[in-house]
Design a protein around this ligand. Structure first.
Ligand code: PLP
Length: 388
């Protein structure tokens, strides 16, 4: 059956592929520790669940505005504006089922076929998928370990030009946990202004930074709010991956165009999910803070453990829940090492699942219990001692 060419470039997400293979092995009796899926292992806070349940029982189960409930948009505008030191109006806020539609639809609205889009590599695989669907030309920019997994700015400067329509940023990053420092953001902002580009700033992990670090946003820089789409959501911060709730913040005319795209695709975001979102943002924040503190403890355990393994070294991620150890000294590909680990009882992703500049690394998710992380590190050590 011939499919439309615009979908030919789509590939499954590596995490789901490795999960499926891990589950096959489990069905055959293997014991696998899952460090492959980027999802909080905590439950959604009880107050948030209760708000959602009450909303369903109260009949808040119907269509609602495509761009979201005004009550939720007001709260998001207020909190997101304060966090970034800029003025944001509720009309600039577009609520969506998960953050992903706020990656896809602005790309569709802004990128014409043949326009170039610059994006991080290794990076979240959805970026490449959405650029291809829009007919854009994907231009990957390497994230480099020597710059704490921020862009290689020399390569960035070489790749951005008058054909560049959109620059995608992700800080803290999936898969590296790296945070783009303010000086790099200033450089990127100046370049975006010079070439008149839009910036899609995926800040979904910006509430999950360690050691008290405040993650800077490019939207806070002078002249940038009018050309930036901030993408954020509830999946990670409030452990709400399955609720499907995210949002984008952008100039009003683009938000209006987003309303049309949402109208004709998903229709709207579930009403009761948005009520749960209001509770998440306005209710007690202790649990969200506790989760971050716990991730930090697990990060330290994971990174210290990885750095004790033979032929591996690992930078300390500054945010999110991913470690991105360098395995180049093993002289094996990241796919080979990930396979060996899987058969040794630990599911991790090869860095190559995030693009070609991810080769030579693994992505290790530390959103798992301390006990499991310790057992996983022991297993990884055994695998490396046996196979190197
Ligand atoms: N952006 C990044 C960098 C992610 O890692 C993810 C999820 O893994 C998303 C966006 C999508 O978030 P959501 O599940 O809310 O659509």
């Amino acid at each position: 059956m011939p499919f439309a060419k615009r979908t030919d470039h789509l590939r499954p997400e590596g995490a789901y592929q490795v999960l499926a293979r891990a589950q096959e092995l489990e069905a055959k009796g293997h014991d696998i520790i899952h460090l492959e899926i980027g999802e909080p292992d905590f439950d959604t806070p009880a107050n948030v669940c209760l708000a959602g349940i009450r909303a369903i029982a109260g009949g808040q189960t119907r269509y609602n505005p495509p761009v979201g409930l005004s009550s939720l948009r007001e709260i998001i505008a207020d909190q997101a504006g304060k966090k970034r030191g800029i003025r944001i109006t509720p009309k600039q806020v577009v609520v969506s089922p998960g953050a992903k539609p706020n990656l896809f639809f602005p790309t569709l609205a802004l990128v014409n076929p043949g326009d170039e889009v610059v994006y991080p590599n290794p990076g979240f695989p959805t970026y490449e998928a959405m650029i291809g669907i829009a007919g854009g030309i994907p231009v990957p920019v390497p994230l480099v370990e020597s710059n704490s997994f921020s862009f290689d700015l020399k390569t960035f400067d070489r790749l951005v030009n008058e054909r560049t329509r959109l620059i995608v940023l992700n800080s803290p990053s999936n898969p590296t946990g790296g945070v783009i420092p303010l000086a790099d953001l200033e450089h990127i902002a100046e370049t975006a202004q010079r070439h008149d580009c839009w910036v899609l700033s995926d800040e979904i992990y910006s509430h999950m930074a360690f050691d008290g670090l405040a993650v800077p946003s490019i939207a806070s820089l002078p002249g940038m709010a009018e050309r930036t789409i901030i993408v954020d959501g509830f999946s990670k911060t409030y452990a709400m991956t399955g609720w499907r709730l995210g949002f984008g913040i952008m100039p009003e005319p683009l938000a209006e165009r987003m309303g049309l795209l949402l109208t004709h695709s998903v229709g709207c975001t579930a009403h009761f999910t948005q009520i749960a979102g209001v509770e998440a943002l306005t209710g007690p924040q202790e649990q969200a803070a506790l989760m971050v503190a716990e991730y930090q403890r697990r990060r330290d355990l994971t990174v210290d453990g990885l750095n004790r393994l033979p032929k591996i070294h690992c930078l300390k991620p500054q945010g999110a829940f991913y470690a991105f150890p360098n395995i180049k000294k093993t002289n094996k590909s990241s796919q080979e090492v990930a396979n060996l680990m899987l058969y040794g009882g630990v599911a991790v992703l090869p860095g190559s699942a995030f693009g070609r500049y991810g080769e030579g690394y693994l992505r290790v998710v530390f959103a798992n219990s301390v006990e499991n992380i310790k057992r996983a590190l022991e297993r990884m050590e055994k695998v490396l001692n046996k196979s190197l």
